[in-house]
Design a protein around this ligand. Structure first.
Ligand code: AMP
Ligand code: MG
Length: 326
């Protein structure tokens, strides 16, 4: 597979459309002053719309491929959700003309409940709370063959393109192909540049990134680790797999995701890590769980064999694993 392969071309086209759809939903439904803070409907509309568009375009080009995605249409088909379905359909129509509600539901349901030898893992909106706040969120698509991630595409519509201009142009796409490196492009897939992880060798100079949500990771353990390694810079809290993107382009050094004591038995979903993993690895980083085991994408939707996540610039991986030992 190379950058001209149909998997890459179709995947990028699909994710660009889905990310434009999500931005449009946010601008129309969530960005206004009047939005009630607890109204989750904008993220619901964007989530279903993004999944419908991506599943439809992938299935059309690769009819035999399995897709494993986060949503199904069961809820959406309920009579009391008809207004939401109407909204989803009208947003999807802007990208796939003459879509009916029935078609939209059937595209969402192209998602399978189990993985296969070759499958696509899709998170139509990762970081839903970030989306609602107008902060970071991502659309994540990965192609996995025999448990190995071969292609990762990650759209981060609200991520600044250049760290030196945090309030400048935003909207990034990260693309990685197994053995071929990682690139960042703008929101339209243009202005491509190769990215690589930071070269920091002294742990005390590292910057940590972690979830915003306190229940998604054990922030106290992260703080303890930072003290142990004499890290003085504050952690950067960010929603979604955008964390993998900023690590891959060298802005931060460590992405920590020690399981939260609030839900110690939690098992990670493949779509929350498959795309991010290859983007970090192909940029020179290393990804394991917090015990040092490689992430296992061959077990099903849940990564049952793994415990938490550790992503580093590679250089500091063993030092951090050691420091995490209790
Ligand atoms: P983040 O934006 O990094 O906080 O990650 C968002 C993802 O966390 C969501 O897509 C959820 O699938 C996942 N998630 C939900 N509950 C937990 C939990 N208890 N521990 C870790 N991840 C979780
Ligand atoms: Mg997610």
């Amino acid at each position: 597979m190379d950058e001209k392969s149909p998997e890459v071309v179709t995947g990028i086209q699909a994710i660009i459309k889905a990310s434009a759809l999500c931005q449009k939903v946010w601008a129309n439904l969530a960005g206004g002053e009047s939005i009630r803070k607890r109204d989750r409907s904008p993220v619901t509309v964007a989530d279903y719309g993004s999944q419908a568009v991506i599943c439809k375009l992938i299935r059309e080009r690769f009819p035999r491929d399995t897709i494993v995605a986060e949503e199904d249409s069961k809820e959406l088909r309920r009579p009391d959700r008809s207004k939401i379905l109407e909204q989803v359909t009208s947003y999807v129509e802007a990208f796939i003309p003459t879509s009916s509600s029935e078609e939209v539901c059937s595209w969402i349901d192209l998602s399978s409940s189990s993985i296969a030898d070759r499958f696509w893992a899709l998170d139509p909106i990762d970081g839903t709370k970030g989306f609602l706040r107008g902060d970071q969120y991502a659309i994540a698509l990965a192609l996995v063959e025999k448990g190995v991630v071969k292609l990762g595409i990650l759209a981060c519509p609200n991520l600044y393109v250049n760290i030196d201009h945090p309030f400048g142009e935003k909207g990034c796409l990260f693309v990685a192909l197994k053995g071929k490196g990682s690139v960042q492009t703008d929101r339209n897939g243009m202005s491509q540049r190769t990215i690589s992880v930071s070269k920091v060798t002294n742990p005390s100079e590292a910057i940590i990134t972690e979830s915003v949500e306190p229940d998604h990771a054990d922030h106290l353990t992260h703080q303890r680790l930072a003290r142990k390694l004499n890290i003085s810079k504050p952690s950067l809290r960010m929603d979604s797999q955008a964390k993998y993107g900023i690590l891959a382009r060298g802005e931060v050094t460590l992405y920590l995701r020690v399981p939260s004591p609030a839900e110690p038995g939690y098992k990670e979903n493949i779509w929350d890590h498959a795309a991010g993993t290859i983007i970090a690895e192909e940029a020179g980083g290393r990804v394991t769980d917090v015990l040092g085991n490689p992430l296992d994408f061959s077990r099903g939707i849940k990564m049952v064999e793994n415990h938490g996540i550790l992503v580093t610039n590679g250089i500091l991986h063993d030092v951090v694993l050691k420091a995490l030992e209790i």
